[in-house]
Design a protein around this ligand. Sequence first.
Ligand SMILES: Nc1nc2c(ncn2[C@@H]2O[C@H](COP(=O)(O)OP(=O)(O)O)[C@@H](O)[C@H]2O)c(=O)[nH]1
Ligand SMILES: [Mg+2]
Length: 315
Amino acid sequence: MLSIVRGLKKKLAQTKSGFIGRINAAISLRGKVDDELMEQIEEILLKCDTGVEMTELIMDRLTRKIKADRIADAAEVQNAVSQIMQELLLNDYADSQNMWEEIDARPYVIVFVGVNGVGKTTSIGKVAHHLSRAGKKVMIIAGDTFRAAAIEQLAIWADRAGAVLIRSQQGSDPSAIIYDGITSSLAKDFDVVLIDTAGRQHTKDNLMQELSKIDRTIKKLIPAAPHQALLVVDATTGQNAISQATNFGKAMPLTGLILSKYDGTSRGGIIFNLKHKLDLPVKLIGVGEGLEDLEVFDVHDFIDAFFTTTNEETS
Ligand SMILES: Nc1nc2c(ncn2[C@@H]2O[C@H](COP(=O)(O)OP(=O)(O)O)[C@@H](O)[C@H]2O)c(=O)[nH]1
Ligand SMILES: [Mg+2]
C-alpha cells in the first residue's frame, strides 16, 4: 500500500504543485486571514477546474470553519482548506468500490467510450496489462473500425499486454465485430472483454445512436453486460467533461469515469467535482503514456498522495 502511495505521489507531482501548491503559496504570500485571501483561494479553485458549485461549497465551509474555530493564522487556513476538500471527497466516495475488486462475472465486459483523443485506446492497453498480470485471460475487441490506424494501435497495445485482439476490416460495423468477439469470449472462456470504440463528439446524434446499438448488441449475448461502461475524460479539458458525461450517458448508461492525463495538468480540481456533480465515480486515473501509468482510484490512497508532503518530495 505504501509503495502505491509513493508511486502515485511522484506521478501526481505536477498536478499537486499546480493545484494544492498554488493555494498554499497564495495563503503564505498573503500571510493574513481576510477577504482578499478568501477571494484569492476562490479564484484558484475556479481556475483549477474545481467547478462553480464545488468551489462555492468549499468556500462556504471554509468561511464557517474560520469563524467557528476562530482561525487567525494563515498557516491554519492551509490545513482547513485541505481538510474540507478531503472531507468532501471522502463523503462523495463513501460507497465506491475499488474497480479491480468489482470483477465478479465471467466474462466481465467493459466498454470504453469518449470523444476523440482522450485516451480510450491507451487506457485499454493499461487495463489489459494490469488484468493479464493478475492472471486473467483478456480479450480486446477493436470496436473502433473508423480508422485502420486505430486498429493497428490497439494491436500493439494488445501485444504488449498479452491480450487477444479481435478485429475486423476498417469501415465495418462495430456492432458486428463486438457480437463476434463476445460470442468467441463465451466459447473460449475469457475472464475479461475490453471493448474499444471510436471517438465521437457527444453532440453528434447519429454517432450516439451507434453507441446505443453497441449496448443492445452486448446485451443480446450477455443481458447483465456491459458490466462497466467507462467514459474516458481528459483531465486537461476541464469542465467540458461534465457535458460529455451527460450526453454519453444518454446513449449508454455509464458506470464510471477514467480520468486520463491527470499527470499532465496543473489544474487538477476536476477530480473533486466529477462524482459530486455527476454521481459517476472516477474508477481509474491515467498518469502517463506507459503501460503501468494507470492507477485504480482509491480515495484514501489518493488523499494520502495528494495532500501529504513527505521529506522525499522536499529534498
Ligand atoms: N500524459 C498522458 N498521456 C496520455 C494518457 N492517456 C493517453 N495519453 C495520450 O493521449 C493520446 C491519445 O490517446 P489514445 O488512447 O489514442 O486516445 P483515444 O483516441 O481516446 O483512443 C496519446 O498520445 C496517448 O499517449 C495519460 O494518462 N497521460
Ligand atoms: Mg482510440
